[in-house]
Design a protein around this ligand. Structure first.
Ligand code: HEC
Ligand code: HEC
Length: 76
């Protein structure tokens, strides 16, 4: 039961974040081979995770569902 409540709180926070963040600018995906090839969050994390080639800043907003915010330039 506790975890269900935790999940509900998390969902509310995510929705809240998605409502607030549209006011902020995020970079679109670089138009290069690595980013055209990556189509899943797991793929992104091959490089954008702690200890990998290009870790996200600690201040980065939610570290999942990358595509909710970051879109390829040619797919907008
Ligand atoms: C092969 C490694 C690799 C993979 C896989 C990868 N990235 Fe990247 N990403 C990089 C590198 C290195 C840079 C910075 C250099 C550049 O701009 O190309 C970068 C830059 C970015 C930027 C732009 C940052 C800026 O300040 O302009 C975004 C956004 C981004 N990646 C998101 C993603 C997302 C979302 C995915 C999954 C679809 C992903 N990346 C997959 C290596 C990777
Ligand atoms: C809620 C929207 C949102 C989601 C979801 C999101 N990002 Fe971001 N991202 C941003 C914003 C906003 C920035 C700019 C942050 C800044 O300038 O401080 C950013 C910046 C970046 C950058 C540039 C370097 C950095 O850390 O600021 C990369 C790379 C990146 N995101 C990759 C990803 C990856 C990979 C995922 C999925 C694991 C992801 N993002 C999910 C909003 C988002």
């Amino acid at each position: 039961m506790k975890s269900a409540l935790g999940f509900a709180v998390l969902v509310v926070l995510i929705i809240g974040a998605l409502l607030i963040f549209p006011g902020r600018k995020w970079p679109s995906l670089p138009d290069d081979a690595a980013h055209r090839a990556a189509s899943t969050v797991d793929a992104c994390k091959q490089c954008h995770a702690p200890g990998k080639a290009w870790p996200l800043k600690p201040s980065h907003p939610p570290k999942f569902s990358c595509f909710k915010c970051h879109k390829a330039k040619n797919k907008e």
